[in-house]
Design a protein around this ligand. Structure first.
Ligand code: SAH
Length: 230
């Protein structure tokens, strides 16, 4: 069974978005993965088809109603796929979680809007809150597309050159080494000599050293075993 994403959203037209293009788009056409966007509003039952209401206790904005959202979630067969809620309060997304998700059957993703989602539906449907970073988006849709982008590109057969997944940032707990390509000289700057030496052992060593150096400078938090000097 290919990986399947079911997205609950008030803006189904945002999907597949950029994932309908390039390598992910070709893989989608081939059926290597699948996506369905479910309109939450279709599960509203009052005559105005309202999906939101004012926050209990007062305050600005609107909150997604738990009953409408629960019906939308329940319309998707519970086949064991993880049910995620895109949320700035969630656990920050990591490449490790992306790999776990890509190894599974797929995902169900709830996209919040307004001030967010009634807490009771998060609890009752055991939604796993996932954040894509410490900033606030206007809705969960771009966050869902970001998560799916990261997952889909590592699904079997999606990336042309499978090897290019191996040395990337985070995969070995390090940021990636700098990359170069022709021309040999760009505005007076040369490609580091070792990279054009043909000495593969030396190239590997240089790349590893560069990766460690960059990670130490920019993301010492990724090097838990190394003493960090501040
Ligand atoms: N009032 C909320 C923010 C609501 S933003 C708060 O302060 O926590 C509206 C919706 O956008 C959220 O329900 C969520 O689905 C999505 N969203 C916003 N920022 C996000 C982030 N950093 N990661 C994932 N989803 C996010």
């Amino acid at each position: 069974m290919p990986f399947k994403a079911s997205i609950l959203t008030l803006y189904p037209d945002m999907f597949p978005g950029h994932l309908g293009l390039a390598l992910a788009g070709r893989a989608l056409e081939r059926g290597d993965w699948g996506i369905e966007a479910v309109q939450i509003r279709d599960f509203a039952e009052d005559k105005h088809r309202s999906v939101d209401d004012t926050p209990s206790g007062g305050g600005a904005g609107m909150v997604l109603r738990p009953d409408v959202l629960a019906r939308a979630i329940d319309s998707i067969a519970d086949d064991g796929r993880p049910r995620l809620l895109m949320s700035p309060r969630g656990r920050p997304l990591t490449q490790e979680r992306v790999r776990q998700l890509a190894a599974g059957e797929g995902v169900v993703i709830v996209c919040g809007r307004f001030e967010g989602v009634d807490q009771r539906v998060i609890d009752a449907r055991q939604l796993e809150e996932v954040s894509i970073g410490d900033y606030i988006l206007s809705g969960g849709e771009p966050a869902a597309l970001t998560l799916l982008d990261a997952v889909v590109r590592i699904l079997p057969g999606v990336m042309g050159n499978q090897l290019s997944g191996v040395h990337e940032s985070f995969e070995g707990g390090l940021l990636e080494h700098p990359q170069y390509t022709r021309p040999q000289v760009f505005e007076g700057r040369e490609i580091p000599e070792v990279l054009t030496s043909g000495n593969h052992a030396a190239i590997e060593k240089w790349r590893h050293e560069q990766a460690v150096k960059l990670t130490r400078e920019r993301r010492p938090d990724l090097l838990p075993d190394q003493p960090v000097t501040k």
